[in-house]
Design a binder for this molecule. Structure first.
Ligand code: EPZ
Length: 475
């Protein structure tokens, strides 16, 4: 198996343009919506991500036909999918592709709605928390399904009928599952306390294009008139741009300084709370229009206008500060001037979303974790180190730290990063960053070099050149 890591020389400001890809957290539920259609659902602006590929593999496993250039990162960005026959049972045990992707659980709603039967794999608990499915199951049972856990599988049966459901927590995934289930239920479903994330709204727009009767997305109540028919119709849907990618690059800029134009960005209100906090940090985000051929494209210009100021934040469901930007924000705050005193970063959505702190501490960050809050004393800078990614957004927080730190940083376990960020080295290199992906065949020599570089990062930091020497040998 090939060992790969990123090697970053820190200290360069970012200046240039970055194209924003289609939203990962929109494409995954919308791919599941392909189960609802017998004619083709055509998706455009599909991001080339490991998660997209994993979801396509899981869909094919249950019998969904998927074609198009948007698979296996082949450079295209369209997919066409439909389900023309009854779903297939999942292969037994660990061989199922559906075990590799948590959002396979989103097959439950559409499969039940259309076929009166569904079977999904229980997803593994992610590094950021237990991530139970109780709200998904409870809501589907309120719609009339009988749901059973059988080993590592969930099976559901029943003809769905519309009803009123008040979610005790605005779970994004549970909202998406129930919205898709309700599109073909008999009668009206009122979903109260539903997630207001823009990605949920993008799913609703796509379902409406497929003939579903849905209104209220973005508010706390969504009403769905079930169409008790064999399925929805084919449609074409262009995925919304990825607002978390926008926030991630904006925070990289906050840490390094400079000026970026992020191209093809979502409406400002999709990140209102985030932009307000970023403005308090001394980073300006201005929406611009750019003429592209016959059309106009929305861009966002991000500029650090002064020294980075340290600001405290608390994450919350949308429209609050997005939990998916907490790790990146934490990394950026390490580079605020040390004269500013401690800031507090509180994570209210997931119970274990601070795994990046240990790696940032290896780079010299002064952060104490107490319960759900990280108490951070800005240092003005960090020092490069060999660090290890632990989950998707934590990976990007280490990229931010490496870009702004003094010296060389190497980041391993890159599969976490590749799940949700497209062409990261190319995008950052084009804006002046020194960032390279190093691939080394796993041999005895290389392995010892890598192990040694890992060992260094776990002891008091030696000078950067020892990592540089090791990384250069290994590269
Ligand atoms: C979606 O995950 C996103 N993933 C996550 O992004 C995002 O962090 C999260 O929403 C919150 O915005 C996708 O859209 C693919 P939840 P999801 O259900 O649906 C608890 C990323 O980095 N909960 O809103 O799994 C749960 O444990 C990923 O791109 C229950 O208790 O999130 C968590 O504490 C990470 N029971 C909280 O709710 C349930 O049945 C939020 O979970 C479901 C959830």
């Amino acid at each position: 198996m090939q060992k790969t890591w990123l090697k970053i020389e820190g200290g360069s400001p970012l200046n240039g343009r970055i194209s924003i890809a289609g939203a990962k957290n929109a494409v995954l539920p919308i791919l599941a919506a392909g189960i609802l259609v017998e004619q083709k659902l055509k998706l455009e602006n599909v991001p080339q991500l490991l998660d997209t590929d994993a979801m396509v593999s899981a869909l094919r496993e249950v019998g969904v036909l998927v074609e198009g250039s948007g698979v296996k990162a082949s450079g295209g960005d369209t997919l066409e999918l439909c389900m023309v026959a009854q779903p297939r049972r999942l292969p037994s045990g660990a061989h199922s592709a559906a075990r590799n992707i948590r959002t396979g659980v989103l097959f439950l709603g559409p499969m039940l709605a259309r076929f009166g039967w569904a079977q999904v794999c229980l997803p593994g608990g992610c590094q950021i928390g237990a991530r139970p499915l109780d709200l998904h199951i409870w809501g589907l049972e309120k719609l009339g399904a009988r749901v059973l856990e059988k080993g590592d599988r969930i099976e559901a049966k029943g003809r769905l009928r519309g009803t009123d459901i008040s979610l005790p927590f605005p779970s994004v995934g549970a909202s998406e599952n129930l919205i898709m289930a309700a599109t073909l239920a008999r009668g009206t479903t009122r979903l109260r306390g539903v997630a207001r994330e823009p990605e949920v709204a993008d799913l609703c727009r796509c379902l409406r294009a497929m003939g579903a009767a849905i209104e209220g997305e973005g508010s706390t109540e969504i009403i769905i008139e079930g169409k008790n028919s064999v399925g929805l119709r084919g449609a074409t849907h262009r995925l919304m741009p990825d607002r978390i990618e926008v926030g991630s690059y904006a925070l990289a800029l906050a840490a390094t300084g400079g000026s970026l134009i992020l191209c093809d960005t979502p409406p400002r209100e999709d990140l209102q709370a985030f932009f307000e906090q970023l403005s308090l940090c001394g980073v300006e985000c201005i929406e611009e229009s750019e003429k592209i051929g016959e059309g106009v494209r929305k861009n966002t210009r991000i500029t650090r206008t002064a020294d980075l100021r340290a600001v405290s934040i608390s994450t919350a469901p949308h429209p609050g500060f997005a939990t998916d930007l907490q790790a990146q924000f934490t990394a950026a705050m390490c580079f605020a001037a040390s004269s500013q005193g401690q800031v507090v970063i509180t994570e209210n959505v997931f119970e274990n979303r601070f795994r990046h702190l240990l790696e940032l501490q290896r780079m010299g960050a002064k952060i104490d974790l107490r319960g759900r809050s990280a108490y951070l004393s800005p240092q003005g800078t960090l020092r490069g180190a060999a660090v290890r990614a632990s989950d998707l957004r934590a990976s990007f927080s280490l990229v931010i730290a490496g870009l702004a730190a003094q010296g060389t940083t190497t980041i391993s376990e890159l599969h976490h990063l590749d799940r949700g960020y497209e062409s990261i080295e190319a995008k950052l290199s084009a804006c002046g960053a020194s960032i390279r992906r190093i691939e080394a065949k796993k041999t005895k020599a290389t392995e010892s070099i890598n192990t040694e570089s890992m060992a260094i990062s776990r002891e008091p930091q030696r000078t950067g050149n020892s990592i540089e020497k090791i990384a250069s040998i290994a590269s």
